[in-house]
Design a protein. Structure first.
Length: 307
């Protein structure tokens, strides 16, 4: 990556600014790949590894979604402000700002995959490929599976979680420690967490506005505005080649991701045997190879077009 061109900038978005970073040549031969981070309310840091794909000859674009990271922060905005439509509009705006709206691929991780799917079901003409990484297709199944996984945690950990959820003391150190036991099993199994992963979680702790509004206090205590979200009945509208990624120990269990497999017409599924929710960190080389292979296959079959 030492010789790779890196450019940072801001895309004006109404009264706000969306920070982005381009790794590689935006006008090179390969279709640019846009990375949508998770949360809602994370930052680009923990998905930084996807810049590796730029070594295959296509630009990789990271950005911080509104309210997060280096983009405009809006800690005083209420729950009604933070909507799927807001983030869809921001993505459209970024694609237009970078002049790639006629030729791009999307990779969305966790919430980012939900957002990418919401974008894809609208069948935008410029979308050439879709990669869904570790994402639910509906939040009811996500919560049910998270609580099933939670039941496998040690009894004292489960008791601590329940006690503080009932008391509303979700910032208590005991609750945070118990939550981390779940995260270490099903979110990122590398101990200690890599620096880029830690930076994202530190950022959420410092400004949890978007995460608390749309998700809730933890991955398994979902009480935000997304709690009833589903895209299952619209997945058949996705009309581009798609790749689904998940980990063997993922909080996005097979039941969680199966609607993508069952309903997206042209999709393949890769499961990473040593990973949980972050194969791009936990099995970085293998994950990047899988993605590069998928994208390169589109070139071979004639489905990719230069800008």
């Amino acid at each position: 990556m030492a010789d790779m061109t890196i450019k940072e900038g801001f895309a004006p978005f109404g009264d706000y600014q969306t920070w982005y970073r381009i790794t590689g040549d935006l006008h090179g031969p390969g279709t640019p790949l846009v990375i949508l981070h998770g949360g809602p309310g994370c930052t680009h840091d923990y998905v930084d590894a996807f810049k590796d794909i730029a070594s295959t000859g296509r630009a990789v674009i990271h950005y911080d979604q509104l309210g997060n990271g280096k983009s405009t922060r809006l800690p005083h905005k209420g729950r009604d402000f933070w909507t799927v439509d807001l983030f869809l509009s921001e993505l459209d705006n970024l694609l237009a700002h970078l002049s790639i709206k006629n030729n791009y691929a999307l990779l969305g991780q966790s919430w980012g995959g939900m957002l990418a799917a919401e974008h894809a079901v609208r069948q935008p003409a410029g979308l050439k490929a879709l990669i869904i990484a570790n994402s639910p297709a509906d939040m009811l199944t996500w919560v049910n599976e998270a609580n099933r996984l939670r039941e496998d945690l040690p009894a004292d950990v489960q008791a601590a979680l329940l006690k503080h959820e009932e008391a509303g003391t979700l910032k208590d150190p005991e609750y945070l420690k118990a939550s981390r036991a779940f995260y270490d099993r099903h979110v990122c199994r590398i101990t200690p967490w890599p620096e880029e992963v830690k930076r994202t979680f530190d950022a959420i702790d410092a400004d949890p506005t978007v995460y608390h509004a749309m998700n809730g206090p933890t991955e398994f205590h979902v009480i935000g505005t997304m709690k009833d979200w589903t895209i299952v009945d619209r997945l058949e509208l996705i009309n581009v080649p798609a790749l689904l990624i998940s980990g063997k120990y993922d909080e996005a269990t097979p039941l969680v991701v199966k609607p993508y497999v069952d309903n997206v017409p042209d999709i393949s599924w890769s499961v990473f045997e040593e990973s949980s929710h972050m194969p791009h960190v936990e099995e970085r080389m293998a994950c990047m190879g899988c993605i590069a292979g998928f994208l390169d296959k589109l070139v071979v079959t004639g489905n990719e077009f230069a800008a």
